[in-house]
Design a binder for this molecule. Structure first.
Ligand code: AMP
Ligand code: ZN
Length: 468
């Protein structure tokens, strides 16, 4: 299996640190609003990477954080006259709902930055002790010039960076030894949330959060570190500097970055205001359509969002769903647990589509080609399966289409036979679990319903549901 590594700018053979296991960290969102569909791209892309690794038999430890302390969260809290914690916990909840609706699996662990401050203080202290960091007036900075490999991920040259920074130097920055140095800890401003540290009452910088959470939940060396391409510099470059200087080990073997989701060829972003939230798109489309739309492009290619492409995705996805329904319909009456001679002769062709699917995914997760392999199988099925087919043949086609779609996280098997009353029962059970604060059980039920093609919506009037 080949993976494109931003670090070496090449596709490399994927060899995990430990056989059969993959340790993977994906930088998560800053939670001060509903996520937009640009933020959804890394979620969908790396969830699909995880699903494929699991399909290959790897045990994947998947960690994705929520950045729940940040200037934007604080600003939103001030605007609403509530605590920062209220803002972040509200939007973490909303984000998890969106993830479930996009059929993004919950991470093995979703750590919160604010719950890991002690670990951050420890790592900063180690960096100071080793000469990689220094304190001035309560602020701690990372001393970039002591890490000789700085720039290796973003392929930036230290001298170019330095002259660029000098030109941009702003007031207040002069207490740094070098303009490239970045903040590990900063003192609080009036009214901001803070933690006590040896240097000041304050809070951590953004970069140190991920170094610490990755180390705590995955260890000092991991297989894959991922995020959107805007994170390459400075966020991931700084994470490498912190982790490698602290631990004395290579931080991550493979660095994966998704390209942007654009609108009119500009990056979709909150600051430009050119975004759609996942929630808005969910009002118009089943979010499976959004997932399909994303997977129809290679994750390292920019993707332009448009209503036309969403409509095309909706129709294409519908073709798979219709084929699955047709096969299920045939299965109701089909006979024969052994395939006929003619069907046996077609076995090789069915396997060739699975092979094409796997080869596409093994070539740096070319989901667009993997999707077309599924379509070829759909076309094959529409041509070859009919009322005279054996049960064994129909079942193999059905299972293969559903299985491969599931690796992409696409739910194509709508369980029409799921009764309303069964769904209501599960929803009731979930509500009870939530009342007892058994959120693990509540999330399990949500996932179970999602796998049955049932999408939940928590509204002020209670829980509403619809079939995907
Ligand atoms: P943020 O909340 O801005 O830190 O972003 C969370 C994740 O979404 C990061 O991995 C970003 O790189 C990614 N991201 C943000 N905007 C886009 C976009 N327009 N297209 C693709 N990824 C994005
Ligand atoms: Zn991060």
């Amino acid at each position: 299996m080949k993976v494109y590594n931003t670090l070496t700018r090449r596709k490399e053979e994927f060899i995990p640190l430990e056989e059969g296991k993959v340790k993977m960290y994906v930088c998560g969102p800053t939670v001060y609003n509903f996520i937009h569909i640009g933020n959804a791209r890394p979620m969908i892309v790396f969830d699909t990477v995880r699903r494929y690794l699991e399909y290959k038999g790897y045990e994947v430890n998947y960690v994705s954080n929520f950045t729940d302390v940040d200037d934007k969260i604080i600003a939103k809290a001030v605007e609403e006259g509530v605590s920062a914690e209220e803002i972040s916990s509200r939007y973490i909840k909303e984000c998890k709902k969106d993830m479930a609706d996009m059929n993004v699996k919950p991470a093995t662990t979703h750590p919160l930055a604010t719950q890991e401050i002690d670990g951050m203080i420890d790592m900063i202290q180690t960096l100071i002790d080793k000469g990689f960091a220094y304190e001035v007036n309560g602020t701690v900075y990372f001393r970039v010039k002591n890490f000789k490999e700085y720039g290796k991920l973003s392929h930036k040259n230290l001298e170019d960076l330095q002259s660029g920074f000098r030109a941009l130097q702003v007031s207040g920055e002069d207490q740094k030894e070098d303009p490239l140095d970045f903040v590990l800890w900063k003192p609080k401003k009036e009214g901001e949330p803070f933690w006590v540290s040896p240097w000041s009452e304050g809070r951590p910088g953004w970069h140190i959060e991920c170094s610490v959470m990755s180390k705590k939940y995955l260890g000092e060396e991991i297989d894959i570190h991922a995020g959107g391409e805007d994170l390459v510099f400075p966020h991931h470059e700084n994470e490498i500097a912190q982790s490698e200087c602290c631990n004395g080990k290579i931080f991550a073997k493979y660095w994966m970055h998704n390209a942007f989701l654009n609108i009119d060829n500009k990056k979709m972003s909150k600051s430009l205001g050119n975004f759609f939230t996942v929630r808005e798109i969910g009002e118009k489309y089943d979010l499976q359509v959004l997932r399909f739309f994303m997977l129809n492009a290679h994750y390292r290619s920019p993707l332009n969002f448009s209503a036309e492409l969403m409509e095309a995705s909706k129709n294409a996805l519908e073709r798979i769903v219709t084929c699955v329904e047709q096969l299920k319909h045939l299965l109701e009456t089909a006979q024969g647990d052994e395939k006929s001679q003619a069907e046996q002769e077609l076995e090789g062709e069915i396997q060739s589509y699975r092979k094409k699917f796997e080869e596409s995914m093994e070539d740096d997760f070319n989901t667009a080609d993997a999707v077309s392999a599924v379509f070829e199988l759909v076309k094959f099925s529409n041509t070859h399966a009919d009322g005279s087919s054996t049960k064994a043949f129909v079942k193999e086609l059905l299972d293969t289409i559903v299985e491969l779609s599931d690796v992409l996280g696409l739910i194509v098997n709508k369980e029409a036979e799921v009764l309303d009353e069964d769904i209501e029962k599960l929803i009731e059970e979930r509500q009870a679990a939530r009342r007892e604060k058994n959120f693990k059980r509540a999330d399990e039920i949500r996932d179970q319903l999602a796998s049955m093609g049932i999408i939940l919506k928590d509204t002020r009037e209670g829980v509403q549901w619809k079939r995907a």
